[in-house]
Design a protein around this ligand. Sequence first.
Ligand code: HEM
Length: 283
Amino acid sequence: MARFSRRRRRAAIIRTFNNAVCWKAWAEMGGVDTNVWVRAGRWSVLLIASRAAHPRGSRSFSRTAIMIPAPRDIFTEPSDVDPDTLANLGPLRPLAGRWRARKGVDMAPKPEGPERRVFIETIDFQAIDPQANGPQLFYGLRYHIHITTEEEDITFHDQVGYWLWEPATGLVLQTIAIPRGQVAIASGIAKPDAKEIVVTAKRGETEYGICSTTFLDQAFRTDSYQITLSFHDNGTWSYVTDTELMVEGHDAPFPHQDRNTLHRVGEAHPNPWAAIVARRKTA
Ligand code: HEM
């Protein structure tokens, strides 16, 4: 297939955009603000033409274009899906397997002020089969974090979810479920060989947001979440999570922070589909 330079692609998008806005402007002379989707090569462009808002008068239109690299055929799934998740995890590949560390640090809110605790952490990342939302294809890992402390037998923190990677766009997602009644989905963008990944979520967002129980939302409102993963040359990796809590009765947000550096204690296993394919080959 012919490939176009970035400049030619951009020029084509702008041409399509201008034509569509002119056409739309004409069609909507008597009307209200309009949104229209147009295709420009591999991109879908959402054109927002707004007449009333423009300072130059009723015949002028303000224009905004949001480019979304998603085909408008929302049903057709990719036909070239590779069964081998471990070979398609992009920047998430180093995480697959089992990890442990004894020196994690937590800063959590307590009535008498911030409390610093050292914790012991085990994380399992297991490859899952590729997942398709129509044309959107993810490869990913299911994870379980289990945290204890030297001082107490009871679990200090428990968390499950998925890390997902969309090779077509570089989108990275982390889903979070915490058994104090909280879920979140955080997003970011990363290159396949990234040494650092950052994903974020914000309370109130409908796409990459945070949802809590009524009690938590009143007493410990979680306004934002960010995790930064850093991969080191010696095979270990570290994370820092910054969770901003508005604690009832306080004016300033509380920075609930956790950090750790993990060491490998178990190898990655193939995802179920890849294991079936491998068994068939040896049968
Ligand atoms: C390594 C990860 C984490 C550890 C070790 C940890 C640990 C803790 C601890 C010890 C507390 C105080 C609990 C208490 O006083 O009973 C706490 C509170 C809290 N954490 Fe975390 N946390 C972690 C990650 C997170 C994340 C990722 C979120 C949300 C996205 C979160 C949300 C909260 C909230 C809302 C509270 C206040 C509720 C409460 O104190 O009962 N935590 N956390």
